[in-house]
Write a protein that binds this ligand. Structure first.
Ligand SMILES: [Zn+2]
Length: 276
């Protein structure tokens, strides 16, 4: 699933192409993509003819601000990606939403599994949606160690599960939770509330460094190539992963075998040799 580095990489590619452009027309091939919109007709009605002011992001959500005070939300779900191409480019399979711009460019949301969605929300609708309850952004607005300690205090859940909880901090998913915990030398099985202040400091630093490092490489394109940059390139952080997907391989830090443990139905990759 695209996580913060993949969505932020997408945002940085989209911003120069979208900002200042006017939305000419919308085509939605799968109505399921509009399931978060109370009235599905609102998506097209609220976007068409509008100028794009700014392409933003909160956690894993692209938040595109329009001149009419509408926020166009895009979520890539499990397997979505955005392609930026000219109007006349061949339409690839699963191009479920196409937003055509006045500049001759199309924003195409390609999502084979249709777990992603788009919506056009007023600020009130946004505040009342699940997006309005998201925790602070893990890159732009990562809570300080003391605030993080308050968020984790008395929590009995494994720290891995708490890092995935978008209401605590928004943007971290399975890959970058495992990578951050490895970097911080903390076992994914530790109860959140048991972390000492020095460990919380180490974890905060690890989250920031992991996300920034992944961003430098354009995020992670796994073998399925579900995630690609909007220009079709792969995200090359996959070759630099330290824990995720490396079961049985030697830890790059201590040489012990990377283990896989299922935590809350998600595979967690970690090193029993140097994470405790
Ligand atoms: Zn190790």
């Amino acid at each position: 699933m695209p996580e913060l580095p993949e969505v932020e990489t997408t945002r940085r590619s989209l911003a120069p192409a979208l900002e200042g452009a006017t939305i000419e027309s919308i085509s939605v091939a799968r109505l399921r993509m509009l399931r978060r919109q109370a009235n599905p007709d609102d998506f097209s009605r609220r976007l068409t003819g509008q100028r794009i002011v700014e392409v933003g992001r909160h956690g894993k959500f692209l938040m595109t601000q329009l001149a009419n005070d509408i926020v166009w939300v895009t979520h890539l779900g499990m397997s979505g990606r955005v392609s930026l191409v000219g109007h006349s480019a061949d339409v690839l399979p699963h191009s479920n939403v196409i937003v055509s711009l006045s500049t001759g460019t199309d924003f195409r949301l390609i999502d084979p599994r249709t777990f992603g969605f788009v919506a056009a929300f007023t600020s009130e609708e946004l505040a009342e949606s699940s997006i309005g309850r998201l925790g602070r952004d893990a890159l732009f607005d990562l809570p300080r160690s003391r605030e993080l300690a308050a968020l984790l205090a008395a929590r009995r859940a494994p720290i891995k599960a708490l890092l995935l909880d978008q209401l605590i901090v928004a943007g971290i998913g399975n890959i970058y939770a495992d990578e951050s915990l490895h970097r911080a030398r903390i076992s994914p099985l530790r109860e959140g509330g048991s972390l000492q202040p020095t460990e919380i400091q180490a974890l905060r630093k690890a989250v920031r460094e992991t996300l920034q490092h992944a961003l430098r490489w354009g995020g992670t394109s796994l073998d399925d190539l579900a995630y690609l940059l909007p220009d079709g390139r792969t995200g090359d952080y996959v070759n630099r992963l330290r824990a995720y997907g490396r079961e049985g391989e030697p830890c790059r830090r201590c040489g012990a075998e990377i283990a896989r443990t299922v935590i809350r139905a998600r595979s967690s990759f970690w090193c029993p040799g140097c994470q405790s």
